[in-house]
Write a protein that binds this ligand. Structure first.
Ligand code: FAD
Length: 314
């Protein structure tokens, strides 16, 4: 199912929905553990999951493998991230073919981060320069088969801090055929709502999915916020800093702050939230519990595992 249809459902019913992002682990055991966790976390009721794209060699192959496993065998509606980093056109086509064969119908099309050993991003020979070019290529090759999402930056992007220019480039991606936007993580709800207003004023009307990063420890909270250059509201620091050495207290206060952020986003008319799980369940589960969104006997999760059932696995 296309993500835009899931989002239209959420909008029609007014019932908020959410999705989870995972990344390919480094070890074989880590991959197996993650499949188990993905199945367990499916009981929380996400509408879909994303698998991020790891630049280069084995990690890129692993993204494809995980998409096949999640979509085909675990029966999870899966969105594959795909980047242009170190990818000639043939490699891009190979990844798309694998996703298509697995029954995956959603791609998040990105330019990608520079590979670890390089500071500056450079296009691969015979590859694409911008996410916009990748969107165009996917549309041209697969027409309407894939729903295509692109990245949005309410807090600015590493190699471009000019908000108006970033909005121009966002518009180009949507005009090229993208049908939804997923944002980077952020903690400043007011800034996000302001940014959404600017996006709409540009005539960009596709759904915007905010990226939510739950708080697991104080150190990881600070590290990720700094890495993404994302503003931390003063109140958050005032509440978290005094308990920074107590992980239990950090998670407890963190879940309240992040749930409050989610409520403000919903109040601004957004119906779907995307959780950066960092491959872990606890911090995301705590936020969902705080929002009272975890399935319960009166609100059972709608399990959609047709492939798994048809294979006699579920
Ligand atoms: P683009 O939109 O192509 O923009 C890249 C740069 O080029 C920007 O500075 C932009 O302003 C500029 N630009 C764009 N179009 C033009 C133009 N026509 N002329 C001149 N300049 C232009 N990275 C990964 O490696 N793997 C992932 O799985 C991944 N997932 C992500 C998911 C989300 C939700 C987000 C927000 C980011 C993710 N990233 C991922 C990081 C992303 O790849 C980087 O932020 C990257 O630097 C930019 O990617 P983009 O798709 O936004 O690129």
């Amino acid at each position: 199912m296309h993500i835009r249809e899931m989002l239209a459902d959420a909008e029609r019913t007014g019932a908020p929905s959410f999705s989870f992002e995972y990344f390919p682990p480094k070890t074989t055991q880590g991959v197996q553990n993650l499949y188990d966790r993905m199945e367990r976390m499916n009981n929380f009721g996400p509408k879909f999951i994303d698998i991020t794209w790891g630049a280069g060699g084995r990690i890129a192959e692993l993204t494809c493998e995980m998409v096949v496993q999640a979509q085909t065998y675990l029966g999870l509606e899966t969105c594959m991230h795909l980047t242009c980093t170190d990818m000639g056109e043939e490699k891009v086509n190979d990844a798309l073919r694998k996703a298509y064969k697995a029954g995956c119908t959603n791609i998040l099309a990105l330019r990608g981060d520079p590979p670890r050993e390089k500071e500056k991003w450079e296009a691969a020979e015979g590859g694409f320069r911008y996410a916009r070019d990748l969107v165009q290529h996917i549309r041209k090759s697969y027409h309407e088969h894939f729903d295509i999402g692109v990245a949005g930056y309410p807090e600015g992007c590493d190699d471009n801090k000019d908000e108006d220019l970033l909005l121009d480039h966002l518009k180009e991606k949507v005009d090229a055929g993208a049908t939804f936007i997923v944002t980077q993580m952020f903690y400043d709800a007011d800034n996000f709502v302001r940014w959404v207003g600017k996006v709409r004023a540009r005539g960009i009307n596709v759904p915007i999915i905010p990226g939510i990063m739950p708080i697991a420890t104080y150190a990881s909270f600070l590290r990720r916020a700094n890495h993404m250059n994302c503003k931390i509201p003063d109140e958050w620091m005032q509440r978290l800093e005094p308990v920074k050495n107590d992980d239990v207290a950090v998670r407890d206060i963190g879940k309240t702050l992040v749930a409050e952020l989610c409520r403000k986003i919903l109040a601004a008319g957004i119906h779907h939230l995307h959780f950066y799980t960092m491959n872990l369940a606890q911090a995301t589960r705590m936020v969902l519990e705080e929002l009272d969104w975890m399935p319960s006997p009166d609100r059972p999760v709608k399990q959609a595992l047709p492939w798994k059932r048809s294979l006699g696995l579920g």
